[in-house]
Design a binder for this molecule. Sequence first.
Ligand SMILES: [Zn+2]
Length: 144
Amino acid sequence: MNNQTHTDNQAPRPRVEKTESEWREQLTPAQYDVLRSKGTERAFTGKYFDEKRDGTYRCAGCGAELFSSETKFDSGTGWPSFTEPADRTNVVLEDDYSYGMHRIEVNCAACGGHLGHVFPDGPGETGERFCINSCSLELDASEH
Ligand SMILES: [Zn+2]
């Protein structure tokens, strides 16, 4: 496939591509709002902010491995928070100037889905706090 519409200064082409109607069919309305419309779920309403099980958090859009429960911490913000991604190449960080603020947006590298934001006030060695919407995640809980 030789698609010339892509220029060098754009983000890498997502590996998972679907039409908007395909995404609407696959995702719940809440997931669609976050992943495809860059929405933010209300704090303390998501299914994972207080999740304590071990496992791997995958992208709700495409299943890519995004975060490990080992890096999850209770930030008190009401959103699932992680000190770092499971694999840095699985997320893409982008400047976000919406709402009159400068924030760093976190997107899934594979499907381009919006996950949340990263802030420089994390408690771990990285000093980062990945503030992620529950809606964009699916926990693959490990068996014990
Ligand atoms: Zn994805």
